[in-house]
Design a protein around this ligand. Structure first.
Ligand SMILES: C[S@@+](CC[C@H](N)C(=O)[O-])C[C@H]1O[C@@H](n2cnc3c(N)ncnc32)[C@H](O)[C@@H]1O
Length: 192
């Protein structure tokens, strides 16, 4: 079995250390990071969106794949998490890090369009999915992880996940690949 995600972004290792020290328990794994970096490379000059920055782990991978002209907006409502992302990634001029509630951000940015969206919080995944899919450009990637049952899922979450997948499946304009890999990943591409 191949499982080698090197080279790991330098900032990732620093953020990972700070993340463990902070006690943050919702951190993404290396596999999704590696996939995000690979997909990011395919969108030169791209506009990227991450919903759910956490401490900036997945952010560091997306930034690694982006070229000089690309831009990444990432949002989270947790100041403590964001302070870690800010410390290690805040100097990158391509990054727009915002502390804001997901619903407020989406409502204020409905006209924006993105080449890649990593939906890693409630909004854009279990909430306001239609709004976020409207913000995906044709040929753009929409990515989610944590789709396989996780030990920390609260009661009722499995049903929510099932409905979410059904909704993605029923979209006329998405092509989906569901991967039983990492925490369970779905990559969707917008056809038109
Ligand atoms: C799965 S974690 C993100 C993990 C991160 N992408 C990583 O690479 O480790 C989900 C994040 O969503 C954030 N969150 C929860 N509710 C939110 C809301 N209403 N608006 C914005 N962010 C929210 C949490 O603070 C948490 O950092």
């Amino acid at each position: 079995m191949i499982e080698d995600f090197s080279p790991i972004p330098k900032s990732y290792s620093e953020i990972q250390k700070a993340t463990v020290e902070s006690g943050f328990t919702m951190a993404s794994d290396l596999a999704i990071g590696s996939l995000l970096r690979t997909l990011a490379v395919s969108k030169p000059g791209g506009r990227f969106l991450e919903l759910g920055t956490g401490t900036g782990l997945s952010t560091s991978w997306i930034l690694e794949g982006m070229d000089h002209n690309s831009r990444l907006t990432t949002i989270d409502n947790d100041v403590a998490c964001l302070s870690i992302a800010q410390k290690y990634l805040g100097n990158d001029p391509r990054l727009n890090l915002q502390c804001i509630d997901g619903e407020d951000w989406i409502n204020a940015n409905l006209a924006k369009r993105f080449d890649l969206i990593f939906a890693d919080t409630w909004h854009g995944k279990y909430l306001m999915l239609d709004h976020i899919l409207e913000m995906l450009k044709p040929s753009g990637f929409y990515i989610v992880d944590d789709m396989n049952p996780q030990p920390n899922w609260p009661e009722g979450h499995a049903e929510k996940a099932e409905k979410f997948i059904e909704k993605l499946d029923s979209s006329r304009f998405l092509t989906l690949t569901k991967m039983n890999w990492s925490t369970g990943i779905i990559v969707a591409t917008r056809k038109y």
